[in-house]
Design a protein around this ligand. Structure first.
Ligand code: MG
Length: 351
C-alpha cells in the first residue's frame, strides 16, 4: 500500500541500535537545523489538518465547484447508485457528533441516533473511527451496526441472535490484525501521559490499538513542544508510527492497515468485495478518512463525502459542512429508500 499524504511517517525509521544514523554523523549545527526544519514542517502540517480559521487565500468557491454539497447533488448521487447496493461507512467525531473540547463528552444527539437506526434498516452501516471500538459503541449504542475502532484495527460486526435458538448468539464478525501491539501501546500511553502533564490542555486518550494526543485545547504556541515530546517517545518505538488528524496526533502500529483497508475488509465480510453493483458511501471529516476516500476512487465505486467548513485537499467527491448536514443527508437517504421500495412494490403489483 502506498503511503498517503495524511500519513506522517515517524521520524524514527527503524535502524539498528535506534537513533538517527545519518544525523549522528553531521555537525551539531546542521543537526539542529534539520530537526528544527522537520518540526517546523510538522507544525505546518498540524495547522493544515487542524484549521482554526478560514484563510482568504484559499479559493472557497473553486473548492466547492470541485467538491459540491452532497445535499445539493442528492438527486445526481442517487441516480449514480441506481441498481446498486448502497453500503454506508461513517466516521464518528466531527461527522456524527460535533467536535468538543473534552473527547469523552463527544455525545451524539438523539435525533442522529434515530436517523442511524433507520439508516441501518435500509443499508449495511458501519462506524469507522480512530476511537476505541467500545468507547464509540457506548456513544452510539446501536447493536445493528458494524464498528471498526482504532482506525479499523478492531472490527466487530452486528450481534445477531439465532432465529432458531434464541439463547445462542450467532457467530459475530471480529477482526483484530494488531493484537500483538497491545503491550507496546500500553507502555507508550503511560509515557505520553507523563510527558503531556506540563502542557496545559493536552489530553492523552487510550484507544486500545492506538493512542491519541488531543491538542484542541492547547495554545498554538505550545504545539511545537507537544510535537517534540511525542516524537521523543516515539523514536524508541520503530514499530509504531505517527499520524495526524483534526487537532490530534495519533500513534498507531506501523502496519499496512488504515480506514481504507477496513472499508475493503468490511465489504469482503458482506460478500460484496467483488461485486460490480456495490455503491459504498463514506462520510468523514478527518485526514485518516482520506485513506477510505482514496480507496473508493481506486475502486471506482461509490464516493467519499468530506465534512468540512474549510477548503481542504481531499480525495472525497462531495462535501457537507457539519454533522447537522450529515444527518439531513442520511435522512434523505432513508426517505429515498422508502420511496424506491414503495414504487418497486407498485410495479410488482401491476405485473
Ligand atoms: Mg472525525
Amino acid at each position: 500500500m502506498s503511503e498517503t499524504k495524511s500519513e506522517v511517517v515517524a521520524q524514527n525509521k527503524p535502524q539498528q541500535g535506534g537513533g538517527y544514523i545519518s544525523i549522528s554523523r553531521r555537525s551539531s549545527i546542521f543537526k539542529n537545523l534539520e530537526i528544527n526544519g522537520r518540526v517546523n514542517g510538522f507544525i505546518e502540517s498540524m495547522r493544515a489538518s487542524s484549521p482554526t480559521h478560514y484563510s482568504l487565500s484559499q479559493d472557497q468557491t473553486s473548492w466547492i465547484i470541485h467538491h459540491p454539497s452532497a445535499l445539493d447533488m442528492f438527486e445526481q448521487i442517487m441516480e449514480a447508485s441506481k441498481g446498486k447496493k448502497i453500503v454506508m461507512f461513517l466516521d464518528y467525531d466531527g461527522t456524527l457528533s460535533p467536535i468538543v473540547e473534552d473527547p469523552d463528552r463527544a455525545f451524539m444527539s438523539n435525533s442522529m441516533r434515530k436517523t442511524l437506526m433507520k439508516l441501518a434498516r435500509c443499508f449495511p452501516t458501519a462506524i469507522v473511527t480512530g476511537r476505541c471500538k467500545d468507547k464509540v459503541y457506548n456513544f452510539v449504542r446501536l447493536a445493528e451496526l458494524y464498528y471498526a475502532g482504532s482506525h479499523g484495527l478492531d472490527i466487530k460486526g452486528p450481534t445477531r441472535t439465532s432465529k432458531y435458538n434464541k439463547d445462542r448468539k450467532a457467530e459475530t464478525l471480529i477482526f483484530q490484525p494488531a493484537s500483538q501491539f497491545l503491550p507496546m501501546i500500553d507502555q507508550v500511553y503511560q509515557q505520553l501521559v507523563d510527558k503531556m502533564k506540563p502542557i496545559p490542555g493536552s489530553i492523552v486518550e487510550h484507544n486500545k490499538f492506538c493512542v491519541s494526543v488531543h491538542f484542541r485545547c492547547v495554545d498554538e504556541k505550545k504545539w511545537s513542544e507537544l510535537a517534540h515530546q511525542v516524537k521523543s517517545i516515539l523514536k524508541n518505538y520503530p514499530k509504531l508510527r505517527l499520524t495526524q488528524g483534526r487537532k490530534v496526533l495519533e500513534i498507531r502500529p506501523n502496519i499496512k492497515w488504515d480506514k481504507g483497508k477496513a472499508l475493503e475488509f468490511l465489504l469482503e465480510s458482506l460478500g460484496l468485495s467483488n461485486c460490480n453493483d456495490v455503491f459504498p458511501i463514506y462520510i468523514g471529516d478527518d485526514r485518516s478518512d482520506e485513506d477510505a476516500f482514496k480507496k473508493l476512487r481506486d475502486r471506482g465505486q461509490g464516493f467519499g463525502i468530506l465534512v468540512s467548513k474549510f477548503p481542504k485537499e481531499t480525495s472525497a467527491s462531495y462535501s457537507l459542512q457539519e454533522p447537522n448536514e450529515v444527518m439531513d443527508f442520511l435522512q434523505r437517504l432513508v426517505e429515498w429508500k422508502k420511496v424506491s421500495l414503495r414504487s418497486r412494490s407498485r410495479v410488482l403489483m401491476c405485473t
